[in-house]
Design a protein around this ligand. Structure first.
Ligand SMILES: C[S@@+](CC[C@H](N)C(=O)[O-])C[C@H]1O[C@@H](n2cnc3c(N)ncnc32)[C@H](O)[C@@H]1O
Length: 264
């Protein structure tokens, strides 16, 4: 797997280094202090909203779930989840200025979001368990971080470590949600909602999901990269562009469910 991945890895670039992200976010902290600009929203607000819509409208995941944003940057994805009512939110990033910016952005909106400096490839994910007992997390999200890690010098080994880490972070959270009255209501709505096939394909009971959004990797490439530890749960469809006879959407979002440790 690591060897196959090495063959298709993009060329290493500065985006795969912590120094680059420190410089980006130091600048963005300055911009935020000066004029309240939250900085770059990677892949645009459409990508953020598509994931938040999927979580609350398609999957209808309950608001008490614990969520971790891996490589949160300015934390805008968590801000949007906080705005729709999620309460147990943690953002981690290896760049200290990113965490400083994310804290400032959340504080400006008086949102209760925790942030922690954390190197997702090299730090021990179980160390996150002391954070209000959130470990393992019900929902792990990533937008652009696996992409950045894929551009590191040691891309193949970093990607392999990433897969193991994210599995450890959410795998023990795979548990049946106790049935609730809402399930019957949801079932009725689903029957009425015949033309919404995105919704009909989802089981409403699973938590312990990993949602990854990428602009470097296609859906199929993401599925292949995570297949050792995850099964595909759903895919978010974006508008498809056609250019020069080639069709494709510019970003991919795949939702994965972790395999039980016995199946690895
Ligand atoms: C393209 S930015 C995306 C930021 C944010 N997720 C967003 O959507 O705006 C990539 C982020 O990954 C973070 N990152 C890269 N490698 C990391 C690592 N090993 N551990 C934690 N964060 C990392 C960077 O600091 C940066 O914030």
């Amino acid at each position: 797997m690591a060897d196959d991945a090495a063959e298709i890895a993009p060329e290493p670039s500065k985006l795969g280094t912590r120094e680059y992200w420190d410089q980006v976010y130091e600048r963005e902290v300055g911009n935020f202090d000066e004029r309240g600009d939250v900085g770059e929203v990677w892949f645009g607000m459409d990508a953020v909203e598509s994931v938040v819509d999927w979580i609350q409208d398609d999957a209808r995941l309950p608001k008490h779930l614990s969520v971790v944003d891996i490589g949160c940057g300015n934390g805008v994805s968590l801000v949007e989840l906080a705005r729709v009512g999620f309460k147990s939110l943690l953002g981690i990033d290896y760049s200290e200025p990113a965490i400083e910016l994310a804290r400032k952005v959340a504080a400006a909106d008086e949102l209760d979001i925790d942030y922690q400096v954390f190197d997702f490839i090299n730090d021990d994910v179980s160390a996150l368990q002391n954070d209000k007992n959130r470990f393992p997390f019900d929902l792990c999200i990533d937008k652009g971080t696996y992409d950045a890690i894929s551009l590191a010098q040691n891309s193949a080994s970093a990607r392999a470590a990433y897969v193991r880490q994210v599995h450890a972070l959410c795998s023990q959270a795979v548990k049946p949600r106790p049935p609730s009255d809402d399930d019957d209501e949801n079932a009725d709505e689903e029957e009425e909602d015949d033309d919404d096939d995105r919704r009909r394909k989802l089981s409403p009971r699973t938590t312990g999901l990993f949602i990854i959004t990428s602009c470097n990797w296609t859906n199929d490439e993401l599925k292949a990269a995570f297949a050792s530890h995850f099964t595909t749960y759903a895919v978010i469809k974006y508008r498809v562009f056609e250019f020069g006879g080639k069709k494709g959407s510019s970003i991919s979002t795949v939702i994965f469910a972790p395999k039980p440790p016995s199946e690895l």
